[in-house]
Design a protein around this ligand. Structure first.
Ligand code: PGA
Length: 309
């Protein structure tokens, strides 16, 4: 192993992450034969196979998996070293890899925008995906910080709550139930319901509440996108349950109304999470502090803000 070069480890890490020689070559801007040669030399230095090819797919062997974890630690430490040196020089430079669930895309980019202005040397990637996909990335330790509503029930994950995320029943402005009060939740079974896709955290919260009430959700339409759900509600296709973050407070009343249904809003929160064993990079820690500070200025959930705006 001592004979392995840093370049070989970088090539191996990219190949293992993509499960592909070709995509690793594309990412590293080298040729595919160079990737193969580097992997061959590394395999020889280690003395056991790192990949096995089954059909067209490339799989890591047990040794390959151990090496991938080791490489991620080494490369992460080197990256963090660069960040510390930049920090010593009085600048913040480096990479920040964030993942957020789709519903958080309504406020995370705004916070990131201000963060970028304060720290122009930080190179940011933000992956927006649904709850289930985010958990996969968290499990693989692919990124620095993870923004989600349901932190996994797992002692190896650190999570910190930072903002309310209430889920409300939303209908078209002129819906017949618009001015009714304390509507029994069972009444929703008679309404065409628009639901997020399987894997969505919002969907999971709705299904959980309905199940607690001994009900099933009368899904009429499944849409994997909050914006498209808003359009479908406005177009009269049905009602849905969405986070209040999804709405622009000022224009809400032009198209929508909140139905006053028992057991709603569903009380939820945003969390920032990462594996407990992960040592946050200088930049990730700086962003985390910045995020926790910024959200202090956010208004608390108040349905009147939407109704009377
Ligand atoms: P989602 O997650 O965008 O996957 O629905 C949002 C949430 O968990 O609140």
């Amino acid at each position: 192993m001592i004979q392995a070069t840093l370049h070989q480890l970088i090539v191996f890490e990219a190949t293992a992450r993509h499960s592909s020689f070709t995509r690793a070559a594309e990412e590293l801007l080298i040729t595919q034969p160079t990737v193969s040669t580097q992997i061959k030399q590394l395999t020889r230095a280690i003395g056991v196979p790192l990949f096995e090819q089954i059909g067209k797919r490339l799989y890591l062997t047990d040794a390959g998996r151990y090496l991938l974890t080791t490489c991620q630690e080494i490369l992460g430490q080197l990256e963090n070293f660069d960040m510390r040196v930049a920090d010593l020089k009085g600048t913040k430079e480096g990479k920040l890899r964030l993942v957020s669930v789709t519903t958080a895309q309504y406020f995370i980019p705004k916070i990131l925008g201000r963060f970028c202005q304060n720290y122009p040397g930080v190179d940011i990637s933000l992956e927006v995906t649904n709850h289930e996909q985010l958990l996969k990335r968290l499990k693989n330790n692919d990124d620095d910080l993870y923004i989600l509503s349901y932190p996994p029930d797992d002692l190896t994950i650190y999570s910190q709550r930072f903002l309310e995320n209430p889920l409300m029943v939303i209908a078209k402005k002129d819906h017949p139930l618009a001015n009714h009060q304390n509507i029994p939740i069972q009444r929703l079974e008679e309404e065409p319901f628009i639901m997020r896709e399987v894997g969505s955290g919002t969907r999971r919260a709705v299904e959980h509440l309905f199940k607690q009430q001994g009900m099933t959700v009368p899904v009429r339409l499944e849409i994997g996108n909050n914006e498209a759900i808003k359009q479908a509600i406005a177009g009269g296709l049905g009602i849905s349950v969405l986070s209040w973050h999804v709405f622009n407070q000022k224009r809400f009343h032009e198209e929508f109304t909140i139905l006053d249904v028992q057991h709603f809003p569903i009380e939820r929160y945003w969390y920032v999470a990462y594996p407990k064993t992960k040592q946050l990079s200088v930049i990730a820690q700086t962003f985390l502090d910045y995020l926790l500070n910024e959200v202090k200025t956010f208004p608390n959930f108040d349905p009147n803000l939407l109704i009377s705006a």
